[in-house]
Write a protein that binds this ligand. Structure first.
Ligand SMILES: [Zn+2]
Length: 138
């Protein structure tokens, strides 16, 4: 199974693309114009073309089950984030006219936050980068 590929960091405001850059302070182009703007990881998803849910293994029961979708190849740093259940909100749904209303129970994540997923991927990537730099003697 192929993985997504990181193209670079893209500005959410001006769409500037910074390939191969490790920028942690937002878009430098927008900052020069006096505006703070966040960057988002731009991915090449073409290696995933034709991928179906059947391609994902049953385990682990965490976000790392979908590892093939992520541009991270390192061993995951994880406390079991993700795979939180959908809870049927029957009474509220009935009152609002949405009989199939569901909510994700994010309290099942280690810190009760959907952000735990992001942190697991970010820390995994940071560990991978640090090891790579150490091996290169930098
Ligand atoms: Zn920008």
């Amino acid at each position: 199974m192929s993985a997504a590929r990181v193209v670079g960091l893209e500005c959410l405001r001006c769409s500037a693309l910074f390939e191969g850059a490790a920028i942690f302070t937002g878009c430098p182009r927008c900052r020069d114009r006096g505006v703070a703007a966040s960057l988002s990881v731009k991915l090449d998803l073409s290696p995933l073309h034709g991928l179906t849910t059947d391609a994902f293994p049953a385990t682990p029961r965490s976000l790392w089950r979908y590892r093939a979708l992520m541009p991270v190849t390192a061993h995951p740093v994880s406390l079991g984030e993700g795979a939180t259940p959908l809870v049927h909100l029957e009474r509220l749904g009935r009152r609002l006219g949405f009989p199939r209303l569901y909510a994700k129970d994010e309290s099942q994540n280690p810190t009760w936050s959907y952000k735990d997923r992001l942190c697991s991927v970010a820390v995994t990537h940071a560990v991978w980068r640090a090891r790579r730099r150490r091996r290169a003697g930098r």
